[in-house]
Ligand binder design. Structure first.
Ligand SMILES: Nc1ncnc2c1ncn2[C@@H]1O[C@H](COP(=O)(O)OP(=O)(O)OP(=O)(O)O)[C@@H](O)[C@H]1O
Ligand SMILES: [Mg+2]
Length: 190
């Protein structure tokens, strides 16, 4: 319920919520043109053009979600419905707080890559894109905004890490900790 209302406020298309009664969450039924429950994305085939358009919409939703602090965590063609207005994201109980989860980057990558893989069945050029790395790097640098334009292109940092300087840092931190412990011990003995 929290995740659904947070995402609705962030302009991510999710079912509208009508409240919780006796532990049951009431939400909008997403429907097809006949008024029946809308199909899941995995039941939908589409043109290349439509796949590119809907993939871009999903990337925008993922970015808006992350800007609101959330990662879906189980985003796939089985948890996206499609109605006449486009994709609708469902099934959010496992949504994670992006800033407080050690697996956030991997979860975001899985969500994004699931989407590129599915839409890539109809628009194969999507299979070569790197939206997950691009989104995560912008997010980590504090540069991700709900309206940030993405390219799908990402250049990996091939510069090798400066291991010596990292070891120096670790050594300095250990020495500092040792001094702290000695100060505590000295104070105890007084
Ligand atoms: N708001 C909705 N409108 C229309 N259909 C919905 C809605 N929410 C869920 N559904 C349908 O119910 C199915 C299961 O919902 P959901 O993915 O939220 O639960 P789940 O725990 O993953 O269940 P399952 O294990 O069966 O996938 C969806 O695949 C979808 O077909
Ligand atoms: Mg589901």
């Amino acid at each position: 319920m929290d995740a659904l209302s947070k995402l609705a406020r962030a302009d991510v298309r999710v079912p509208e919520t009508f409240g919780c009664i006796d532990g049951v969450l009431l939400m909008e039924l997403i429907v097809d043109e006949d008024g029946a429950a809308a199909p899941r994305l995995d039941d939908v085939t589409m043109s290349e053009e439509q796949a590119l358009e809907d993939h871009a919409i999903m990337m925008r939703y993922v970015v808006r979600m992350l800007c609101a602090g959330l990662i879906h965590g189980d985003l796939s063609e089985f948890n996206v419905l499609v109605d006449e207005n486009g994709p609708v994201i469902i099934d959010l109980p496992q949504a994670v707080n992006a800033a407080a989860n050690n697996s956030a980057e991997a979860m975001l990558a899985r969500d994004v890559n699931n989407m590129s893989r599915y839409y890539g069945l109809f628009a194969p050029q999507l299979l070569q894109t790197h939206f997950a790395e691009e989104i995560w790097t912008l997010y980590q640098e504090g540069d991700l905004l709900p309206e940030t334009e993405l390219t799908g292109y990402f250049e990996e940092d091939t510069e090798s890490a400066n291991v010596d300087s990292v070891l120096e840092e670790i050594k300095a931190a250990m020495e500092e900790e040792q001094e702290r412990l000695e100060r505590i011990q000295a104070a105890d003995e007084e």
